[in-house]
Ligand binder design. Structure first.
Ligand code: MG
Length: 339
C-alpha cells in the first residue's frame, strides 16, 4: 500500500462565523492510499480549537506512512490498532488514515462501508443545514435561502441570541437546533432553554465552555431542552464523564479519529443511554461521505460541510436538502470531481 498526503483549500460560499471566529477558506488534508490499482480516499479538516493544523496532520501522517506501506491489506484491524496508538495525540491524522483505509477495504470487498458496519440499507436521519452568525437581516436572508432544508442549526453565542432565534422563527417553520459553541454560562443557558423551547427548538449543543463540565450538572437538571456535548465529546474516553451532564453527544470523525473510533463512541453512548448526533467540520465530500456511512446508526445528523463549499474535490454521498443520498459505489462511494 502507498500513502500520499496533500492539502486542499476549500472555499466557502459564505463567510462562516461561529462564537469563536470567522473563516472564508478552510485548508483540509486529503489522503490517498493506493493498493493493487485501487485508490482509497480520506480527509481531515483540522480544527485549531483541538490544536490541529494542516501542518501537524500532514507531518503525523508522513511519520506513520512506513507503517501503512509495510502493512498487508488483510491486516486492517491490527494496522488500525497500531495507528491508533501512534496517532493518539493527533486524532485528525488518525481520521485521515482511517478513512482512506476503510475506503480501500470497502473497494477490495466490493461493498459500501455502511454494509461493513452492519447496516443493511443506508437510511439516515435528515441532516440539518447550518446558519452561521451574522447580522440579523443577513441571517434572515440565509434562512430564506435555506427554505428547502427541513432542519436548521443556528449558530449562537452573541449578545443578541434570542433576537436571532425569534427572527429565524419568523422566517421558517423548520425544526431548529441551536449551537452555542461554548458561548453561554449556566444561568443564561437555563433561561435561554425556556425561551427556545417556546420557539420550538429541538435541542442545544454545547452551551458552556468545555472546561466548565461540572457546571453542566445544573444545566442538565434545569434545562427545558436536551443538551448535546460537542467540544466536551471528543473521543470515546470522554463519554463516561458526560452522564448526568448532557443528554447526548456529537460525534465527529475528525475529533475522534475516524470510522473505527466513531463506532466505539456509538457503542459507548448507547451503553450510557446518551443520544447520538453526528456532526462535521467544513470539509469536502470525502469526510462527509465517510460520516454518512455511520449516520444510519445515530439519532440526529448534521452533515452539511460539503454543501457550504464551492470547490468540492470529490463526489460521494450527497446531501439533497437534508436527505443523504448514497451513490451505488463500494467503499466510501467517492470519486474525484471533474471540474
Ligand atoms: Mg458544535
Amino acid at each position: 500500500m502507498k500513502l500520499s498526503v496533500e492539502t486542499a483549500d476549500l472555499e466557502l460560499k459564505h463567510r462562516f462565523t461561529i462564537a469563536r471566529g470567522s473563516e472564508d477558506v478552510v485548508t483540509s488534508v486529503i489522503t490517498t492510499i493506493e493498493h493493487e490499482g485501487l485508490r482509497g480516499y480520506g480527509e481531515a479538516s483540522p480544527n485549531s480549537y483541538y490544536s490541529q493544523t494542516p501542518e501537524t496532520v500532514t507531518e503525523a501522517l508522513r511519520e506513520v506512512a512506513p507503517i501503512i506501506e509495510g502493512s498487508r491489506p488483510g491486516a486492517y484491524p491490527e494496522l488500525l490498532r497500531q495507528l491508533r496508538d501512534r496517532l493518539d495525540g493527533n486524532r485528525a491524522a488518525l481520521c485521515a488514515a482511517d478513512l482512506a483505509l476503510h475506503d480501500v477495504l470497502g473497494k477490495r470487498r466490493g461493498k459500501p462501508i455502511y454494509k461493513m458496519l452492519g447496516v443493511e440499507a443506508p437510511r439516515a436521519p435528515l441532516s440539518s443545514f447550518t446558519i452561521g452568525i451574522s447580522s440579523i437581516d443577513h441571517m434572515r436572508e440565509k434562512v430564506r435561502e435555506a427554505r428547502k432544508f427541513p432542519i436548521l442549526k443556528i449558530k449562537l453565542g452573541t449578545d443578541r441570541d434570542l433576537d436571532i432565534v425569534r427572527a429565524v422563527r419568523e422566517e421558517t417553520n423548520a425544526t431548529l437546533r441551536i449551537d452555542a459553541n461554548c458561548g453561554w454560562d449556566v444561568g443564561q443557558t437555563i433561561t435561554m432553554s425556556r425561551e427556545l423551547a417556546e420557539l420550538g427548538v429541538e435541542f442545544i449543543e454545547q452551551p458552556l465552555p468545555a472546561e466548565r463540565l461540572e457546571e453542566m450538572e445544573e444545566v442538565y437538571r434545569e434545562s427545558a431542552l436536551p443538551v448535546f456535548a460537542d467540544e466536551n465529546s471528543v473521543t470515546v474516553d470522554d463519554i463516561p464523564s458526560l452522564v448526568g451532564r448532557f443528554h447526548g453527544i456529537n460525534i465527529k470523525l475528525v475529533k475522534c479519529g475516524g470510522i473505527a473510533e466513531a463506532m466505539k463512541m456509538v457503542e459507548a453512548a448507547r451503553t450510557h443511554d446518551l443520544q447520538i448526533m453526528l456532526g462535521c467540520m467544513i470539509e469536502s465530500s470525502a469526510g462527509i461521505s465517510a460520516a454518512a456511512h455511520v449516520a444510519p446508526l445515530v439519532d440526529a445528523v448534521d452533515l452539511d460541510g460539503a454543501i457550504l463549499i464551492t470547490n468540492d474535490p470529490f463526489r460521494g454521498v450527497e446531501n439533497q436538502y437534508g436527505q443523504l443520498v448514497f451513490p451505488n459505489r463500494p467503499g466510501l462511494g467517492l470519486e474525484p470531481a471533474r471540474s
